[in-house]
Design a protein around this ligand. Structure first.
Ligand SMILES: Nc1ncnc2c1ncn2[C@@H]1O[C@H](COP(=O)(O)OP(=O)(O)OP(=O)(O)O)[C@@H](O)[C@H]1O
Ligand SMILES: Cc1ncc(CO)c(N)n1
Length: 270
């Protein structure tokens, strides 16, 4: 079985972060591992607290993972401080990690800030150059490119500027802001649109985490980047279309839609 690692923050409400990543990885057929950068106390209405891991303890988690079950792909999500970013960059270099998907998490769906300002420079200088693919939404692409994004053409320009600067592929997500469910992949000097059918579901907590983990899972399985993005879009569309409705805010998706079949008896039990 292929293996994938998420390096991210825990979401106590289970819809985003580490929990979304692990659910996504299982559903996409890979073995999931995690190195936790921070605990968050949050639910669908907001984040009330963040407790960071120490850089030493994050390093220890990564040492245990890489020296035993080597991950075929790595997804990086919420990393709130420059010390944690430096630790991740050092360890991924040391273990020659492959297929690195960086989701430059800055703000939660609920609006809470998940990265310190000082960490954005470290993210740019240390993590982006290691990425196989980077998955910013529009506000994140604006911060990383320094450009305002108002049109689909601006998405192409910003993705190209980021990709050329940091030598990585860039998937700029139209998401809820601009282009409905159409995402732009820039790589190797060219670009391609991935058209998604917009699903009328207000419950989008953790969509960014889920998409990046689905891409990592498919890269781990040996699919090329275009195919991995295609398959990840199909997975997230299915999870949104399952129309789970939990919580008082923007709720989580049903990550398990693809594996809730007659063998799990999940449908009969609910
Ligand atoms: N209503 C929707 N219908 C179909 N696809 C959607 C919808 N909303 C988002 N997506 C898709 O979900 C994926 C994640 O994109 P999104 O822009 O929501 O990420 P994000 O803003 O980083 O998420 P988060 O709020 O978790 O940080 C993208 O492929 C996007 O096109
Ligand atoms: C831990 C965590 N990571 C990422 C996000 C972004 O949705 C979130 N809400 N929580």
């Amino acid at each position: 079985m292929r293996t994938a690692l998420t390096i991210a923050g825990s979401d106590s409400s289970g819809g985003a972060g580490i929990q979304a990543d692990i659910k996504t990885m299982i559903s996409n057929g890979v073995y999931a591992m995690s190195a936790i950068t921070a605990l968050t106390a949050q639910n669908t209405t907001g984040v009330t607290g963040i407790m960071e891991a120490t850089p030493e303890f994050l390093a220890e988690q990564l040492d245990n993972i890489f020296t035993d079950i080597y991950p075929d792909a790595v997804k990086i999500g919420m990393v709130s401080s420059s010390a944690l970013i430096e630790t991740i960059a050092k360890k991924l270099h040391q273990y020659d990690a492959k297929n690195i998907v960086v989701d430059p998490v800055m703000v939660a769906t609920s609006g809470a800030k998940l990265i310190n300002d000082e960490a954005i420079d470290a993210l740019k200088s240390q993590l982006l150059p290691m990425a196989t693919v980077l998955t910013p939404n529009i506000p994140e692409a604006e911060v990383l490119s320094g450009m305002k994004i108002e049109t689909a053409d601006d998405m192409i320009k910003a993705a190209a500027a980021i990709g050329e600067k940091y030598h990585c592929a860039v998937l700029c997500k139209g998401g809820h802001q601009l282009n409905d469910a159409n995402d732009l992949l820039w790589r190797d000097g060219g670009y391609k649109w991935f058209q998604g059918k917009r699903i009328n579901n207000p419950n989008t907590h953790g969509t960014g985490c889920t998409l990046s983990s689905a891409i990592a899972s498919n890269l781990a399985k040996g699919f090329d980047l275009d195919t991995s993005v295609e398959r990840a879009k199909k997975y997230i569309s299915g999870a949104l279309a399952a129309m789970l409705d939990l919580g008082k805010g923007s709720g989580p998706m049903n990550h398990g839609f693809a594996i809730q079949n007659e063998f799990t008896l999940a449908k009969e039990d609910n």
